[in-house]
Design a protein around this ligand. Structure first.
Ligand code: RIB
Length: 304
């Protein structure tokens, strides 16, 4: 799949335990397994898009620990351009502590490490990365002012700005006005607004009024929908799979969506590809190992 995207975001090492059920406050529980996986919303989304055949340039920071080389090596292995991935002296790389329940749901505790040191000046210095890209993709695991700088540079270079507002938080109008496509889950879409209705379509349309071109809301097993100003809502059904671990499913969805849009696939087809990527990602433990390759996605798309 042709097309080039820039990802500005986080890289984490995920430390993952599987449990029957989440512990209560003050409770000690035994985990069934402990594993480490490559993760971070930025790197996950970069890999997810690259596995669909997209050219990917990554802007971010790793630390000065042993995780840093592992994270960089994986980016390179996936064919991701790492020229704008900076080393950060005297800092740990980002780490996520993830607990996955039998239900496949997770919770995540994040220690941002070097991701928090990505400055607007670093993004400015990577200005050349945006040249010729169709889309620039950002999340909120790096400082907000760096996301804002990236959005401005992307627009100046003629790239569409795609924002995933995760981890969920309120967003300034200044940033929303720069966003072409916002992809959120139902909690994130409401968290953006100072006055949310906590009803996904109503909140998505409120976000549109802040200047965003299109809003896509993912609803897990209930699929996803997309709204644009003065147009009816479009729904995309979910693919039915046996879920083991939902970590990275949202990242797989977004990576599939941007890869398809960068390759000029029509919106309807791009949303279907995204849904297939998200569904397949739920069937495998861990973030990076679960991000599907193009052949698996094509097979699911043709089976359904
Ligand atoms: O979206 C999943 C990701 O969130 C994990 O890989 C973890 O690193 C956190 O960033």
């Amino acid at each position: 799949m042709a097309g080039t995207i820039v990802v500005v975001g986080s890289l984490n090492m995920d430390l993952v335990m599987r449990v029957d059920r989440f512990p209560k406050a003050g409770e000690t529980r035994r985990a069934h397994t402990f594993e480490t996986f490559i993760g971070g919303k930025g790197l996950n989304q970069a890999i997810a898009a690259a596995r669909q055949g997209c050219r990917v340039r990554l802007i971010g920071r790793v630390g000065s620990d042993s995780f840093a080389e592992t994270l960089r090596a994986v980016a390179r292995r996936e064919g991701i351009e790492d020229r704008w991935l900076l080393n950060t002296p005297n800092m740990p790389s980002g780490v996520a502590n993830i607990v996955v329940e039998r239900s496949a749901e997770n919770f995540i505790l994040l220690a941002e490490g070097a991701n928090g040191a990505l400055k607007p000046a670093d993004v400015e210095a990577a200005r050349a990365a945006f040249a010729g890209a169709q889309l620039a993709l950002m999340q909120l695991e790096v400082p907000l002012e760096s996301v804002l700088t990236a959005a401005r540079l992307a627009r100046q270079a003629g790239a569409q700005v795609v924002l995933v507002p995760a981890p969920a938080r309120p967003l300034p109008a200044e940033l929303l006005a720069q966003v072409d496509i916002l992809v959120a889950n139902r909690d994130e879409i409401s968290a953006i607004l100072s006055e949310a209705a906590h009803e996904p379509e109503i909140d998505a349309r409120r976000v549109l009024r802040a200047g965003v071109g299109m809003v896509v809301v993912t609803l897990g097993a209930r699929g996803a929908f997309c709204v644009r100003a003065n147009q009816p809502m479009r729904s995309v059904p979910a693919f039915t799979v046996h879920a083991m671990d939902t970590t990275g499913a949202g990242d797989a969805f977004v990576g599939g969506l941007v890869a398809a849009l960068a390759a000029a696939e029509p919106l309807e087809a791009a949303l279907r590809r995204a849904a297939a990527c998200g569904a397949l990602a739920c069937t495998v433990m861990g973030a990076e190992p679960s991000l599907p390759r193009r052949e698996a996605v094509e097979a699911l798309l043709h089976r359904a």
